[in-house]
Structure formats: C-alpha cells, structure tokens
Design a binder for this molecule. Structure first.
Ligand code: ZN
Length: 134
C-alpha cells in the first residue's frame, strides 16, 4: 500500500456537508459523483496529496444509511492506494483478511476498489483503490 488516498465520511445531507467542509477547508469540492451500484452520492475535496470523500445514501438500502443508523455520521472508511489491486487482494486474503468483494469493482473517482471487512481490520473499514489507467 502506498498512501492514504482518501478518507470517507458518511453524511446525512451532501449539500449541507459540502457547505460545512467548504467553510472548514476554504476550498470547494472539485466533483460530485453518483455511484449507483453502491447506492451513494459522493463529493470530493482535495487536501494536498490526499482527499476527503463525503458519502450520502441514495436510499434506505444503501450501506451508508445502515452505517448512519448504527453509528451516526462520521468517518466511514480509510482508502489506501495500491498499484495492483488484484495482486493486493490475493496477498491480503492469504494473510487472513476478509474481503467484502471477491473481484475489484468500479468505485467513484475513476478507481477500482475493494473493501476489507472491518471485523478483520480492528473495526476500521479499509478500502483498497487502484487508479484505472486509460
Ligand atoms: Zn472511498
């Protein structure tokens, strides 16, 4: 793993959170993106070399609504950049980590992603992400 690519924060209202984080950072989000397969709307803020991803649920079935129901708004996941996500997934699986998806899937911000089950990572939802090369 190379670095923290972004930190994901679960919010109830994306527009409200965009305003708040704009006031906090002094800079606007640089994109908004829907990830229909995950049932989320996201926005991204640049923070030097890393990013903050805000996540709003698109419906009751979204993992984000379930997260907020259980734990409230707040830090949802930490995403680490990797060069070769398939290889990294294989290695981590061999080391006993539990993957939430067997195959890399399309995430926001032009990334292939995979989540590790928080029960194998000390309660922290870890996301691996690899830039999709065009
Ligand atoms: Zn993420």
């Amino acid at each position: 793993m190379k670095k923290i690519e972004h930190i994901g924060i679960a919010v109830k209202s994306l527009s409200q959170a965009n305003d708040l984080f704009f006031r906090l950072f002094g800079e606007e989000h640089y994109k908004i993106e829907e990830v229909k397969s995950e049932g989320v709307s996201t926005s991204f803020f640049k923070m030097g070399d890393t990013k903050i991803e805000l996540l709003e649920a698109q419906g009751q079935d979204s993992p984000i609504s379930k997260f907020i129901e259980k734990r409230g708004e707040g830090i949802h996941h930490i995403a680490f950049e990797v060069d070769d996500i398939a290889e990294e997934m294989k290695l981590l699986q061999q080391k006993g980590f539990i993957l939430l998806n067997e195959q890399p899937k399309q995430g926001a911000d032009n990334k292939l992603i995979c989540f590790l089950h928080p029960k194998s990572t000390q309660g922290v939802l870890v996301e691996l992400c690899q830039e999709v090369k065009k």
